[in-house]
Design a protein. Structure first.
Length: 305
């Protein structure tokens, strides 16, 4: 089938095939690179935030709690500011009041919390259970689908590492009176030393980042497509002016010569391969004309006379 096509059509088919292959290859490569970059962006954001919350927890544990711990027995209501997890959550909630962070979430998801706002949901329970079953696992990352869109999360295990933590979480009888007055004696007890009781979780919205990456991908593909189309048109015109048009003219002259019309001349406008071909055809025409004169001298004499 291709043998019946003209040279210009064959060249165009080849160029279109190269064009489409290039676009597909660039699209796949861009998709891979931009997705990796989007993952890196959300991971960096999540890591920065979870490290910051870890610093808040450490500050509360070492600076705030020692100053307020003695008041837990005398106050009528529990002082949640002494709890590292509470401080981290409150700091993060202040951050979320800024529009650009409104879809970010921080939670110290706990299986048996004192404050029920820290109660782990089904997904978070699975994460905590994984940490309990794999004690060597120090971090878990991944994506989670929510009605609002996909989010990227980082989770780290929360374990009871200090005896002082058991003051509020071992048995109700050992707990401060203010804690029992505020939260009751039903939740947050029975913890054991070195037991993993929850997971520190930070969630970063990923949908917007990936949407931006896809938008950038299509923009880049559009720009590349535009320049490839321009290159295709320019190359087509170049081939038409330098190859196909001269070949068509030579074919027409060759047809005339084959019918006995020797008046034409193959134009040699360049010294490239097409020019060399034109010169060769001119020499062939002269040789053919001489051969015909030798075969028919009478006709040659009549022409001279």
């Amino acid at each position: 089938m291709l043998r019946n096509f003209k040279l210009a059509a064959k060249l165009n088919l080849l160029l279109i095939a190269i064009f489409l292959t290039t676009i597909i290859a660039i699209g796949l490569l861009l998709s891979f690179l931009l997705e990796r970059n989007a993952e890196r962006i959300v991971t960096e954001k999540a890591l920065l935030l979870i490290e910051t919350m870890g610093s808040v927890r450490h500050y509360t544990s070492t600076q705030v709690n020692p100053e307020l711990a003695s008041r837990l027995e005398t106050e009528s209501q529990f002082l949640p500011q002494t709890v590292p997890g509470y401080s981290a959550r409150e700091v993060f909630e202040e951050l979320r009041k800024r529009p650009e962070y409104s879809d970010f979430f921080y939670k110290e998801a706990t299986l048996n919390p004192t404050n029920l706002r820290d109660k782990a949901d089904t997904f978070e329970t699975d994460v905590v259970t994984t940490f309990q079953q794999e004690s060597s696992l120090k971090e878990k990352i991944g994506f989670r689908s929510l009605p609002s869109g996909d989010i990227f999360y980082i989770a780290r295990p929360l374990a009871v590492t200090k005896e002082s933590c058991l003051r509020c979480h071992s048995t109700p009888s050992a707990a401060p009176k203010s804690q029992l007055a505020t939260y009751g004696d039903q939740y947050g007890f029975g913890w054991k030393l070195n037991e993993i009781v929850g997971a520190q979780m930070i969630s970063v919205p990923a949908s917007k980042v990936f949407e931006d990456a896809r938008s950038l991908q299509w923009t880049a593909i559009g720009i590349v497509t535009f320049f490839l189309v321009v290159a295709l048109v320019v190359l087509n015109l170049f081939l038409k002016w330098t190859v196909t048009n001269p070949l068509q003219a030579m074919a027409q002259l060759a047809r005339q010569i084959s019918m006995g019309d020797m008046s034409g001349e193959f134009p040699q406008a360049s010294h490239d391969e097409i020019g060399i071909l034109a010169a060769s055809l001119n020499r062939m025409k002269v040789s053919l004309q001489m051969a015909m004169e030798m075969l028919n001298p009478d006709a040659s004499q009549d022409t001279t006379s």
